[in-house]
Design a protein around this ligand. Structure first.
Ligand SMILES: [Zn+2]
Length: 58
């Protein structure tokens, strides 16, 4: 008798790659931020010189 196979409990949780990771190669929490804030959007400027509005560093 073949054992009745239950539906496999393996839940395939594919980690959704965030857009941030696609762009920067790392998650937002892994990005180091500079101490300075963008004067325009007042968000931290990350190590790439980007902030929320994109004007930071330029
Ligand atoms: Zn900004």
């Amino acid at each position: 008798m073949a054992k009745k196979q239950r539906s496999k409990p393996k839940s395939k949780k594919a980690k959704p790659i965030s857009a941030h990771k696609k762009i920067y190669g790392k998650e937002y929490h892994e990005v180091k931020y500079h101490a300075v804030r963008c004067p325009i959007c007042n968000s931290r400027i990350d190590e790439y010189g980007f902030c929320a509005c994109g004007a930071g560093g330029s």
